[in-house]
Design a protein around this ligand. Sequence first.
Ligand code: GDP
Length: 187
Amino acid sequence: MSDLTWQFIIKFIIVGDAGVGKSSILIRFTDSRFLANPDPTLGVEFGSKLVHLADEDKTIKVQIWDTAGAEQFRSITRSYYRGAAGALLVYDATSRTSFNNAKSWLQDVREHADPNLTCILVANKLDLLQEGEEGDRRRAVTKEEAAAWANEEGLLFLEGSAKTGENIEEAFESAVRDILDKIKRGV
Ligand code: GDP
């Protein structure tokens, strides 16, 4: 598909604790790859991909900004949030701390980003929970608890894996659909 065919461009940001898999989600989505040992000092900063919605007859250029390690210092600046229509709020499904911290990441987003921003909560590393009994023991947050919190806060919610690719495209696609819907409704 030529780069000239898109009709909309949508900026996404990815927030969440260091190590939850933000760069991995970006690489999986834009490049269909997974790196088991990414260099933590080489945070990916930016990626883009065309998303075609056949039923809507629309092609959207999704632009994604990653924190490139800045989250470790809580130094994410306003310019990072500026112009974003969508946010992926990521936690690691095996880390309770990262889920608890998702609450303060959401506060940060609400403070700095557009109030109409579409936010999707993504429980990453689902693959680690799919290894039988041992996987069950690794789960730090039940799907019900996360879904209930997302619902309370008006967030979309999916569990997925940058490693296997499960639900990564779906996460972006459902957020894009929500954003297009807001545009149609003039919100
Ligand atoms: P970031 O700091 O949030 O950008 O996290 P990274 O993308 O650098 O990932 C941190 C670590 O988690 C790396 O070792 C990744 O390979 C690993 N990782 C990321 N996503 C997944 C996943 O879906 N499943 C598994 N098993 N490991 C993952």
